[in-house]
Design a protein around this ligand. Structure first.
Ligand code: HEM
Length: 431
């Protein structure tokens, strides 16, 4: 394969271009974020997320407003080709998250040489690129293509078939994935395009999904397409008080520890589910009913019968007739740590909106016709999917009242290695 390896040459920074033509000239030839920042202090203040560190960005990072997720099939013949691609991807990712171009701009005839330019002038826009490895990297169709089969972590299981799954194989699986998140949709999409171009001979796109969140005021929980605040009861950072709803800290829930292979410690497992929501059906149901389905009040986000969004669920509360205030089949009861032997996950999903397509509803009134293909691109991180997503979703898939409005149409499980140090490539310890 012909992936360029090593540091990506020189070129104007996307941040440098923020200040217009003068900035473009000033930063032409700049290859390092530090130098670009020194030359253009206003651009240095542009919001950016670190690329190097103990953990990959895009996991504990506060959510950006846009995501572009891509899953790839590897077509590389050798392990060396995979490594060359990962080196090129790491180098390009370090540059793009710093607001640089993936490669130098210019008129070099080689298709790998020049950045496509679609994100020029947009700044880093808090871009993060998170890489994950699917089962197919380790072996595919019984073949140990890259001599890695023995290194497949026990936690990288094949997800079981869950009740109600209607997974489309064309939107499921993948040998490798990239989650690009940014506050600018074009920056996120551009980043993936650059990686696709650099990995052209080694990896082919299998499926992709764009997602978005409202630009909520800082500190506010964003609402999903059902109109509910989504993310309230996510695990909280270490140092904050543990509650019965959140018995474990984010660090404890998300990062692989001593139990995992050395190359995964400090990494995390990503579960992706493309979940279509029957919005036409939801939009015609009463708010009281919607609240029973979720187990929270719609406008405040508070647990049923309470007033504060962050009030504890207290699942054993009853009404005057002795019925549970938060219904047995409500989404939050089935998802709560207390109902799942303490299991927790970090949810980091995005809404998606892919127009309309012909659909047959799975629930009364069993309508058929053109309906929204929109919903939640659910992404969850955890240290072990067997005690995280699988543990929680097994029950949920059978009993959740929300299931009458949702259909899972795509899926993936990926092992995201730990963070990267300058000079390394992503997943280096595995190879
Ligand atoms: C379209 C699909 C889904 C929608 C619209 C949705 C929406 C929500 C909402 C509104 C909440 C309450 C607020 C919060 O704590 O964030 C919630 C909580 C939660 N959801 Fe979902 N969700 C969906 C799918 C899933 C799936 C597939 C899982 C799989 C494990 C899941 C797991 C959870 C968990 C663990 C909680 C927190 C429960 C708690 O401890 O209070 N959700 N979800």
């Amino acid at each position: 394969m012909s992936c360029p390896i090593g540091k990506g040459g020189t070129g104007p920074s996307r941040r440098g271009l923020l200040v217009g033509a003068g900035g473009l000239l000033a930063s032409a030839g700049v290859g390092s974020a530090a130098r670009a920042a020194a030359e253009n202090p206003s651009a240095a203040a542009a919001p950016r997320e670190p690329f190097f560190g103990e953990h990959q960005g895009g996991i504990a990072t506060s959510q950006q407003t846009h995501a572009y997720f891509a899953a790839f099939d590897l077509i590389a013949k050798t392990r060396e080709e995979v490594v060359a691609m990962l080196r090129a991807w790491t180098d390009a990712a370090a540059r793009m998250t710093a607001g640089e171009t993936a490669r130098a701009l210019g008129r070099d005839p080689s298709p790998e040489a020049a950045d496509g330019g679609a994100a020029l002038g947009l700044g880093p826009a808090r871009l993060t690129l998170t890489f994950g490895f699917g089962a197919g990297l380790f072996s595919k169709d019984g073949e140990d293509r890259y001599g890695l089969a023995a290194k497949r972590p026990a936690a990288l299981v094949d997800l079981p078939k869950f009740n109600g799954d209607q997974l489309n194989p064309a939107r499921t699986g993948g040998d490798i994935c990239v989650q690009a998140c940014s506050d600018d949709p074009q920056v996120a999409f551009h980043a993936v395009r650059e990686l696709v171009r650099l990995g052209y001979d080694a990896a082919q796109m299998r499926w992709a999904q764009a997602g978005f969140l409202p630009d909520a005021r800082a500190g506010e929980t964003p609402r999903n397409l059902m109109g509910f605040k989504d993310g309230t009861n996510n695990p909280r950072p270490a140092g904050t008080v543990a509650t019965s709803d959140n018995p474990r800290s984010l660090d404890e829930v998300v990062w692989v520890g001593e139990e995992g292979p050395a190359w995964m410690r400090g990494g995390s497992y990503l579960v992706a589910r493309r979940i279509r929501i029957s919005l036409e059906h939801w939009d015609r149901s009463e708010v009281d009913f919607q609240e029973q389905v979720i187990g929270r009040h719609k406008y405040s986000g508070a647990p049923i019968g309470k007033s504060g969004e962050f009030d504890s669920l207290e699942l054993d509360r009853q009404d005057q007739d002795g019925n549970p205030l938060i219904a047995d089949t409500s989404h939050v009861r089935l998802g709560a740590a207390a109902a799942n032997d303490g299991a927790q996950i970090l949810r980091r999903g995005f809404s998606y909106n892919d127009g309309v397509s012909f659909t047959a509803e799975r629930w009364p009134p069993w309508r058929q016709g053109m309906m929204y293909d929109a919903g939640l691109f659910f992404i969850a991180y955890q240290r072990d999917p067997r005690t995280g997503f699988i543990k929680i979703f097994e029950n949920m898939a059978k009993l959740d009242a929300l299931n009458q409005f949702t259909t899972h149409t795509g899926s993936g499980l990926f092992a995201c290695p730990p963070g990267i140090r300058d000079g390394e490539f992503v997943g280096q310890m595995l190879f």
